[in-house]
Design a protein around this ligand. Structure first.
Ligand code: FES
Ligand SMILES: [Fe+2]
Length: 468
């Protein structure tokens, strides 16, 4: 047996402390062992010790805007039903009927007459989870069936910034403690004022961590999205040997509890920085932003590029620059439309084009009143598959009623009708990463100390859960 094969051997140590773990489950500062991405026993441990005990995003409020609306969130073999009780109240219930187990809800919809009715024998509850009907009740428990026997089982939930978070562990820590390290950025960026624009779900042949780690750094931009990084493209695909890589300016920050963020620093188009400009700065910046608007339809939208183009021919005031004038114009347009915008201060503006990561699996990529978001989670108990979702959200003018969030299922990652260029480029790599990680020649990944630090930070927090 080769050394690699020995290292990759798994044992039935699930539940033991990390010291007893097989080598293939270790994470070290320089890299992550492959067992963490491919071993069914590791995936089982993640489910028992992490997924069933952590706060996680179960839904956006846009999925359940009206009283009686429901949506279902599945994680592993667990199913949770989220119900809008009234304008101010959302409840999360374990999705089962106390009679014989039938899942009470599937997908999303509205409980007619605000009554939750089991389709099997018709037991019924109100939206607050109290039983209203047990047909032939006297037949059960000698006629002594108590209300508590048949109430819906609620689980812990919290509404924050337009998200519904849940925790399957009744003894979990507080949501406030969990969200504290990232709370102020999410609030200042107006994520809670943003509503559904589009939402796609993909069944991806890759571990849930592989899929999300593909969005944890800008290091991949030169090779994966060469249209966004001219200098990097020429180094990777041409014969150029060096230059001012735009993505080298990204700042990474590992935060407590596995959360993290990265941000653009000073050299972003928004701050007026253009990579090796050759022509008219405004036209080059508009072209650069159009690559995002056309390639993602998120973060930068076509209407934002139009705002920039409306500045054509206008002189830039003394002491200002193109980026600052663009920001000023965006806020003026938003004010006219009575559209909420992020807080206008340097730290918040610095997050535009950056990313906030909420452990264990949610990414927010904020911009000027728009955001793209990603959620990655295991698909059942298969370590080689995940459900990966992409959300685009934005603030709407006061006069416009935001649409209800509905999901589209992407069936072909190569189809430009279903996925735009930038996610298509990312998704073209993700299944290939999983394929490579399963190779018997592959033992561990190598991590860049700065640019890939968020990956290590996430694995460390994962270990903290798994070894608890
Ligand atoms: S299983 Fe639900 S009413 Fe019988
Ligand atoms: Fe990417």
């Amino acid at each position: 047996m080769s050394l690699a094969a020995i290292d990759r051997t798994t044992s039935n140590t699930a539940g033991n402390s990390g010291g007893d773990w097989p080598p293939s489950w270790q994470s070290a500062p320089h890299g992550i062992r492959v067992g963490r991405y491919i071993d069914p026993a590791f995936a089982k441990l993640e489910f028992e010790k992490m997924w069933t005990r952590v706060w996680q995003v179960a839904a956006r409020l846009d999925e359940i805007p009206e009283a009686g609306d429901y949506t279902v969130y599945n994680i592993g073999d667990q199913s949770v039903m989220l119900v809008r009780v009234d304008a101010d109240t959302v409840k999360a219930y374990h999705n089962f009927c106390p009679h014989r187990g039938t899942a009470l809800a599937q997908g999303c919809g509205n409980f007619e007459k605000k009554r939750i009715v089991c389709p099997f024998h018709g037991w019924r509850w109100n939206l607050a989870g109290q039983n209203q009907l047990v047909l032939e009740r006297e037949e059960f428990r000698g006629g002594e069936l108590r209300d508590s026997d048949v109430a819906l089982r609620e689980l812990k939930s919290a509404v924050f910034a337009g998200f519904v978070f849940i925790n399957l562990d009744s003894k979990c820590g507080s949501f406030d403690d969990y969200i504290a390290p990232v709370r102020h950025w999410i609030e200042d960026l107006a994520i809670g004022d943003m509503h559904h624009y589009w939402w796609k779900s993909l069944s991806v042949p890759a571990n849930w961590k592989v899929a999300q780690e593909a969005f944890f750094e800008a290091y991949h931009v030169s090779a994966t999205h060469p249209q966004l990084e001219k200098v990097g493209r020429d180094i990777v695909y041409g014969d150029r040997v060096g230059g001012d890589l735009a993505y080298r300016n990204v700042q990474y920050e590992s935060l407590p509890l596995g959360h993290a963020r990265f941000y653009g620093g000073n050299k972003t188009p928004m701050a007026g920085h253009l990579q090796e400009p050759t022509g008219d700065p405004l036209e080059e910046m508009a072209e650069r932003l159009s690559l995002i608007a056309d390639g993602m339809d998120a973060m930068v939208l076509k209407e934002d590029v139009e705002v920039l183009r409306s500045l054509r021919g206008r002189p830039i005031p003394e002491g200002s620059n193109l980026g600052a004038e663009y920001v000023r114009a965006l806020y003026a347009t938003a004010a006219e439309q009575q559209r909420p915008m992020p807080k206008l201060e340097p730290e918040t503006l610095g997050m535009w084009g950056g990313e906030i990561f909420l452990f264990p699996n949610f990414l927010i990529l904020p911009q000027a009143g728009n955001t793209e978001m990603y959620r990655s989670r295991p698909d059942g108990d298969d370590p080689n598959r995940c459900i990966f979702e992409i959300y685009s959200a934005k603030t709407y003018p006061a006069a416009v009623r935001p649409p209800r969030a509905t999901v589209e299922h992407v069936t072909d990652f190569d189809d430009p009708e279903q996925l735009l260029l930038i996610p298509r480029q990312d998704l073209s790599n993700i299944p290939r990463i999983q394929q490579g990680l399963r190779s018997r020649g592959m033992r561990q990944t190598w991590l860049a100390a700065n640019q890939e630090q968020i990956i290590l930070n996430m694995h460390r927090e994962l270990d903290r859960h798994l070894q608890a």
